[in-house]
Design a protein around this ligand. Structure first.
Ligand code: NIG
Ligand code: FE
Length: 377
């Protein structure tokens, strides 16, 4: 069993316990350790030597959308580059969809995640880009998770193409007013083709003034100011981090901001992977997340992201598992998820495998045997 509690088991970061038991009371873990030492319980369940891990914490997804962009993916795989502009295709489809259609698509994707072991998910808006469409997107996301993020600043929508400043005013004013009550986080796509450093700073600061906590899409398509801006505003995490300068790495190390790596995006856009190994060696904490969205990466699978992180980013299976569980929890500022210590949420996954290493060793194989969320299956 992986506890992610270094005080448990073998004393490693993963707190590995062999012949383990976990005791759950209502929705919480109350005890972990060797099964021979386990306190008496009303009911018990033997998982037959299978590995148990904390549920995955997917700290970055965009699940409120309609439409399909598989043709764009096919074009990329035969040479077309990924660009921020594709987002507007999904914006048009999302605006045209009913609330019921958006909620049904989101529920289907959350269920798909659950079947693959994800027990906590963050969900962003960002395909509405009007006051009403952003607010309804967040209201729908709120039904599925408390980890909701206002991403009105995903791209400048077509109707503001000639007035990006006007769009920033809309985002920081009426849109934020309508959305703040449904969101915990504020995010910006800080990238060439989307929002620059000054616009991003203004939007993050406006969100912070409304009680939202900042996070950022940064350095995905090229070098840029996003990572350093995230560190400047005290973001808990900055996401993508594909293109990093030495100054970016130093800023992450100094600030303690978590780098959330999204290797499904590099896979699905045929881009170079970020240097996970180098970041870990520089003392930076990493999270792994899916970035599940219809454009740059339409996977909902954290096991797939773990396999990519191990194979393509120089991370060990242990480092990747930690980043996909405890790392995601830290990136969301949550001390109750991503680990299995007494007091934590009873969110756990039983793998059809003897060890968590199989998540990377057996890529593409559905290894999740069962999942508990808050102690319930
Ligand atoms: O995280 N980078 C910006 N947003 C998404 C992609 C959205 C899209 O292509 O529809 C991302 O990769
Ligand atoms: Fe994203």
């Amino acid at each position: 069993m992986v506890t992610n509690d270094p005080r448990s088991g073998d004393g490693s970061e993963l707190g590995l316990v062999n012949d383990a038991a976990v005791v759950v009371e209502r929705n919480r873990v109350v005890w972990t350790g060797r099964s021979t030492l386990a306190p008496a319980a009303d009911t018990s369940h033997d998982v037959g030597g299978r590995a148990v891990i904390p549920g995955f914490v997917d700290s970055h997804s965009h699940l409120v959308f309609a439409g399909d962009r598989s043709q764009e993916f096919a074009a990329r795989m035969t040479g077309a580059p990924y660009s921020a502009g594709g987002i507007n295709t999904t914006v048009a489809a999302t605006r045209a969809a009913t609330d019921e259609q958006l909620a049904a698509n989101l529920a289907r994707l959350v269920a798909e995640m659950r079947r693959q072991g994800t027990t906590t998910v963050e969900i962003k808006s960002g395909y509405g880009l009007t006051v009403a469409d952003e607010a309804r997107g967040l209201a729908i996301a709120r039904q599925a998770t408390s980890e909701t993020t206002f991403l009105g600043a995903h791209v400048v929508p077509p109707e503001y193409a000639d007035d990006p400043g006007g769009y920033v005013d809309l985002v920081t004013g009426p849109m934020l007013d309508a959305c703040a009550g449904y969101a915990k986080w504020v995010d910006v796509f800080c990238e060439r083709g989307a929002f620059d450093a000054d616009q991003s700073r203004a939007i993050l600061r406006a969100g912070q003034a409304r009680g939202l906590r900042p996070r950022l899409h940064a350095n995905q398509l090229g070098h840029g100011p996003g990572v350093q801006l995230a560190c400047e505003v005290g973001a808990l995490a900055v996401d993508h981090c594909t293109y990093l300068s030495d100054e970016d790495v130093a800023a992450l190390a100094d600030s303690g901001t978590i780098a959330t790596l999204l290797p499904g995006v590099e896979f699905s856009t045929r881009s170079p992977y970020p240097d996970g190994r180098g970041l870990l060696d520089a003392g930076i904490r990493l999270a792994l997340a899916s970035d599940c969205n219809p454009g740059s990466c339409f996977t909902s699978s954290m096991p797939f992201c773990i396999a990519l992180a191990v194979r393509e980013m120089g991370m060990s299976p242990a480092e990747a598992l930690w980043a996909a569980t405890a790392g995601g929890g830290a990136a969301l500022g949550r001390d109750d998820v991503g680990h299995l210590a007494p007091g934590a949420a009873a969110d756990l996954v039983v793998l059809d495998a003897p060890s968590y290493i199989h998540l990377a060793y057996r890529p593409g194989v559905p290894l999740v045997a069962s999942t508990l969320v808050g102690g319930a299956g």
